[in-house]
Design a protein around this ligand. Structure first.
Ligand SMILES: [Zn+2]
Ligand SMILES: [Zn+2]
Length: 214
């Protein structure tokens, strides 16, 4: 018989995932403009702040954007199922920032809502910590702005909305190639960040020159 291992060290990630599992999840229902889908944000208990950030970005930041790159996304929104469940996680084990869940692979929560309402319900997941840390290439030209107070918040709101729209585009057009969807979302990210930075008085930083903001 082998001696029992004492003082086993569990990775903080494992402990946190276990805690989230036993504490359970809560939901926040977000109703946007008429033709847009209802979003049901499902988040681990204790992480309501993340769900509220996403709600505010969806309800207030997205409708106020001027960049023409938001147009194709607005056109796509009415084609989505009338309800979309968004599973918020800190991270995905596969390290992806998010996924869309093809029909038939949805969680029990989503299948139950679809059965109870008799409608089509879509589902995606978003890994908020990984999204916050995501630094796509345009940021390289922003090295000076990164240190400014308020920049991190703008950047993470931009990243969250970008990945949300990216996954919703997959849900709307399941046959569209990743490259095409990715190209739109990369361009959207730069345009949105430029616009927000400009509004917040960061215009002295070089990125504004490449802005598509009218
Ligand atoms: Zn993945
Ligand atoms: Zn994708």
């Amino acid at each position: 018989m082998r001696k029992r291992t004492e003082g086993r060290v569990h990775s903080p990630g494992l402990v946190r995932r276990m805690l989230e599992y036993v504490r359970g999840r809560e939901q926040l229902l977000v109703r946007g403009m008429d033709e847009w889908p209802l979003l049901l944000l499902s988040y681990p208990t204790g992480s309501r702040e993340v769900a509220e950030d996403l709600r505010d970005a969806w309800l207030h930041t997205l409708p106020a954007l001027h960049t023409p790159l938001v147009g194709p996304y607005r056109a796509m929104l009415p084609q989505l199922p009338s309800v979309v469940v968004i599973l918020l996680r800190r991270r995905n084990v596969c390290t992806c920032l998010g996924h869309h869940h093809p029909a038939g692979t949805e969680s029990r929560l989503t299948r139950r809502i679809a059965a109870d309402t008799g409608g089509r319900v879509g589902e995606i997941d978003l890994a908020w910590e990984a999204i916050r840390e995501w630094q796509p290439s345009p940021l390289a030209s922003l090295a000076a702005a990164v240190a400014e107070p308020g920049f991190g918040q703008l950047q993470s709101r931009t990243a969250l909305l970008t990945i949300l729209l990216h996954e919703l585009e997959h849900l709307s057009y399941p046959d569209r190639a990743e490259r095409t969807v990715r190209m739109s979302s990369d361009e959207f990210y730069s345009a949105m960040l430029s616009e927000l930075l400009c509004e917040e008085g960061f215009s002295r930083y070089g990125i504004i020159r490449t802005s598509t903001t009218p």
